[in-house]
Design a protein around this ligand. Structure first.
Ligand SMILES: *Cc1c(COP(=O)(O)O)cnc(C)c1O
Length: 374
C-alpha cells in the first residue's frame, strides 16, 4: 500500500516546496582567496603576538569539548564589559557573528507584512536576511557622495512604518560615518527599533553605545570580526533589558561555542593589543587612500573604516587586472547604481598595501581611460 501511494504522488521539488523569495535568492558569494593577497573582506591582517597565541592554544587545549558551552556565557559578557563602555543599565546579547543577530531580530519581528528598512547602498545582509525571514525590505538611497539624507529616511519611516531600521556607521561598503545628530533625529522618529550597526567602530571616531541607554528604541550592534576575530564568529547587541530579554528567547541556547568563548574571553582581557592593531590599520588608511587618489583615473571616497572605496573607469577590468596580479579586492560596482565603477579594498599590512598599489597602477594602465586613447 505504501509503495502504491508513493507511486501515485509527485515528489516535492525545491520549486514546489520552498518560498519563492528563497528560490529567488543567490547565495552570498565567497571567492576562493588561496594564494592571493586577500583584501576583500575587511579582516585584520595582523597575527597575534606569539606569546598570546601560545597561551590561547593552551587554553583551547584545556577547553571541555565534551560539554555544552555556558549557555549565557557570563565570563565572555564580563570580558566585553571590561573592554568596552557598555552602559550600566544595558544588557548584552551574543551572536554567532552579528549576522546571526540580524537574523534573530528579523525572526522576532516577522509578522505578516512586517518591514525591515535601511539605506542603500549598505551591508547586503540587511536585505538578504529580510528575505530569509519572509519580511518586506524598504530603503531609500544615500546621496551621491554617500551622505545620509535624513529627510528621505524620515519619509521612508513614515511611509513604511518599519519594525526595524538598520543603519551601519561607518557604513559598508562606502566607509563614511553618519553624524550622531542625524541618528538621533531618526531614533526620535522611528516607529520601531533603530539598530545602529557599529561593525567598524574601532576605526572611526564615534561610539554610539551610549545611545542604547538614552533611547528606549535604539539597539547598538557590534562585531569582533573586523578587529581580529573573524574566524571566531562573535557579535553582540547592546540595549534595554526589556528588548534583549525578549530576543534572548529566540537565541539558540548554545550559539557561542566553547572555543569561541574561551578564546574571545582571553583576547578581550588583552583588548589594548587588538586596539593597537586597529590603530595601526587606521593610520595606514590615509596614506593608502592618498596613494590610490594619486593614480590617474582613480577617485577615492573618505573612509572611517578599515577599507577604502574608490572609483575607476572600468571596474571589472581593473578588478580582473588586480586578480591577475594576485590581489583580491571586492568589486561592488554592480551592487547599486551609486556604486557604479567602485571597488573596495581592505587596509592590509604595509607589504600588502604596497603590492595592491603596484598592481592597481598596472591594472589602471591596462584599462584604457575613455577619451585618452587605447
Ligand atoms: C562585516 C559586517 C558585519 C558582519 O559581521 P559578522 O560579525 O562577521 O557577522 C555586520 N555589519 C556590517 C556593516 C559589516 O560590514
Amino acid at each position: 500500500m505504501a509503495a502504491e501511494r508513493a507511486g501515485t504522488s509527485t515528489p516535492a521539488s525545491p520549486q514546489s516546496l520552498l518560498r519563492p523569495e528563497v528560490l529567488a535568492l543567490s547565495a552570498y558569494p565567497v571567492p576562493d582567496a588561496s594564494g592571493l593577497v586577500k583584501l576583500d573582506a575587511m579582516e585584520n591582517p595582523w597575527p597575534l603576538p606569539p606569546a598570546l597565541a601560545a597561551e590561547i592554544g593552551r587554553l583551547l587545549a584545556g577547553a571541555a569539548l565534551n560539554r555544552y558551552p555556558a549557555a549565557d556565557a557570563p565570563a565572555l559578557k564580563a570580558a566585553i564589559r571590561g573592554a568596552l563602555a557598555v552602559p550600566e543599565g544595558c544588557s548584552i546579547l551574543l551572536g554567532n557573528g552579528s549576522d546571526e543577530i540580524i537574523q534573530l531580530l528579523a525572526l522576532a519581528v516577522a509578522r505578516p507584512g512586517a518591514t525591515i528598512a535601511s539605506v542603500e547602498p549598505t551591508f547586503v545582509m540587511f536585505r538578504m536576511i529580510a528575505a530569509f525571514a519572509g519580511l518586506r525590505y524598504a530603503s531609500c538611497d544615500l546621496r551621491a557622495d554617500f551622505s545620509l539624507d535624513v529627510d528621505a529616511v524620515l519619509d521612508l519611516l513614515e511611509r513604511e512604518r518599519p519594525a526595524v531600521t538598520f543603519l551601519a556607521t561607518p557604513n559598508n561598503p562606502t566607509g563614511n560615518a553618519h553624524p550622531r545628530a542625524a541618528l538621533e533625529r531618526i531614533a526620535a522618529a522611528a516607529p520601531g527599533l533603530l539598530v545602529i550597526d557599529e561593525a567598524y567602530y574601532a576605526f572611526g571616531d564615534d561610539s554610539h553605545l551610549e545611545l542604547a541607554a538614552r533611547w528606549p528604541n535604539v539597539l547598538v550592534m557590534r562585531t569582533f570580526s573586523k578587529l581580529g576575530m573573524a574566524g571566531l564568529r562573535l557579535g553582540f547587541l547592546v540595549g534595554a533589558p526589556a528588548w534583549l530579554g525578549e530576543l534572548e528567547k529566540l537565541r539558540l541556547p548554545y550559539n557561542i561555542n566553547v572555543l569561541t568563548q574561551t578564546a574571545a574571553t582571553r583576547l578581550l582581557a588583552d583588548y589594548p593589543v587588538l586596539a593597537a592593531q586597529a590603530r595601526q590599520i587606521r593610520e595606514a588608511r590615509a596614506p593608502l587612500a592618498a596613494a590610490i587618489a594619486a593614480l590617474p583615473g582613480a577617485r577615492v571616497f573618505d573612509s572611517e573604516a578599515n577599507f577604502v572605496l574608490f572609483r575607476v573607469p572600468e571596474a571589472q577590468r581593473v578588478f580582473d587586472g588586480l586578480l591577475a596580479r594576485g590581489v583580491l579586492v571586492k568589486n561592488v560596482s554592480r551592487a547599486h547604481p551609486l556604486l557604479a565603477g567602485c571597488l573596495r579594498v581592505t587596509v592590509g599590512t604595509p607589504q600588502e598595501n604596497a603590492r595592491f598599489l603596484e598592481a592597481l597602477a598596472q591594472a589602471l594602465a591596462d584599462a584604457p581611460v575613455p577619451g585618452q586613447g587605447g
